[in-house]
Design a protein around this ligand. Structure first.
Ligand code: AMP
Ligand code: MG
Length: 366
């Protein structure tokens, strides 16, 4: 499929007046006509297409180079759009929607047959849905008048875009439009859950933590088997491969910087010594090296690029900076990267999940 095209860019910030209205109307018109439009959400930028239009959805897969067995999340602006694409759902799902929508939580629900393109669901009988908490996203979807299938607006395998310039770098000339609405807030993709037998199962950790899910729904929350490896004290390269994920996308090596990354866990001083030795050897061999750490320990590392995610005490902010940091290593031409692990609690669970993926599951415990 031919993917080269001219990408129309609209720039808007919150509080924009009539010019923004016109831009939203134009972008929504493109979506209705089967075009592909990237837009900001509170998690990362999404690449949208009319979820019911198979040709439009195929353009999303083509632009991203996304494997066709990886289903898309459908974005809605209100509950009436939801009822059109899913079959009746239970009390737990309802509680989660009430508590977390609009927001960074995706629910995998029984799909209403024929309501969205089979390319969106990758042929599954479920559909993943969320209502984004971003004024531009909500206005665009409402104006388009159709549920919008939107994966992250990056080339497949690259870090998710948290700013419009990332989208431009990956997809300019491959998509029809880009709404530049400034930086995304959360900086990590949504939490994806399914509900099974009165329990919530987290398929992909994200901005909504398991603790928050448990509180809102008052039921058990478990992690999909494939997510448990980085939490296992024995984890290592073999451990990371255990369990086939129930969320098809989780099996892909996502979020990768161009350099080869290793995630290192353990007591901080042991981690520092391990990284120091590895880094020195790599530099001697002529590689450009990088370390991804936290403010508290940045001074203890030596490498061509020492980047920090901020304070270890503020993992929300660290999550927000992750993809920018990974792209920064690329910009600096770094070839080998060592990243410090964090505690896999709260948002740290999502951060560790993305770090492990960025590392292609190269995990070392020292
Ligand atoms: P992305 O849009 O790239 O952020 O990825 C969407 C994530 O949602 C991927 O991990 C998909 O595998 C997952 N997903 C989408 N639809 C479903 C579904 N019906 N069942 C399980 N996981 C899904
Ligand atoms: Mg993605």
């Amino acid at each position: 499929m031919k993917v080269e095209r001219e990408t129309k860019v609209w720039t808007m910030r919150e509080g924009d007046g009539p010019a923004a209205e016109k831009a939203i109307a134009e972008a929504a018109g493109l979506l209705r006509q089967g075009g592909t439009v990237a837009f900001p959400t509170e998690t990362v930028y999404g690449l949208g297409a009319d979820a019911a239009n198979t040709a439009a959805v195929e353009r999303v897969f083509a632009a991203k180079g996304r494997p066709s067995d990886n289903p898309l999340i459908v974005h809605i602006a209100d509950r009436s759009q939801l009822e059109g694409i899913v079959l009746p759902y239970g009390e737990i799902a309802r509680k989660l929607m009430e508590r977390f929508w609009p927001g960074p939580l995706t629910l995998v629900l029984p799909a209403r047959p024929g309501a969205v393109s089979p390319r969106v669901t990758a042929g599954l009988d479920t559909v993943a849905v969320r209502m984004p908490a971003h004024p531009i996203a909500l206005r665009l979807i409402a104006a388009a008048g159709c549920p919008v299938a939107a994966p992250s607006a990056n080339r497949s395998g690259r870090p998710s875009p948290t700013r419009a310039e990332h989208v431009r770098g990956d997809l300019a000339g491959r998509i029809d439009g880009l709404v530049d609405g400034g930086a995304a807030d959360v900086g990590l993709e949504s939490t994806v859950v399914e509900i099974d037998d009165g329990r919530i199962r987290v398929l992909r950790p994200g901005g909504v933590t398991p603790e928050a899910l448990r509180q809102a729904a008052g039921c058990e929350v478990e992690l999909d088997e494939s997510l448990r490896a980085p939490l296992d004290p024995q984890f290592g390269e073999a451990g990371a491969a255990s369990g086939a994920p129930r969320s098809p996308g989780m099996k892909y090596a996502h979020y990768a910087p161009r350099g080869e990354m290793v995630l290192v866990a353990g007591e901080p001083e042991a981690v520092r010594r391990y990284i120091e030795a590895q880094e020195a050897a790599a530099r001697l061999a002529g590689c450009r090296t990088g370390v991804l750490t936290y403010d508290e320990r940045a001074a203890g590392f030596r490498a061509d690029a020492v980047l920090t995610l901020g304070s270890e005490a503020r993992l929300e902010a660290a999550a927000h900076r992750l993809y920018d940091a990974l792209r920064e290593f690329d910009r600096l031409g770094v070839e080998r990267i060592w990243a410090e692990a964090c505690a896999p609690c709260g948002i740290g669970l999502a951060l560790m999940n993305r770090l492990a993926k960025a590392a292609g599951n190269r995990l070392v415990r020292v």
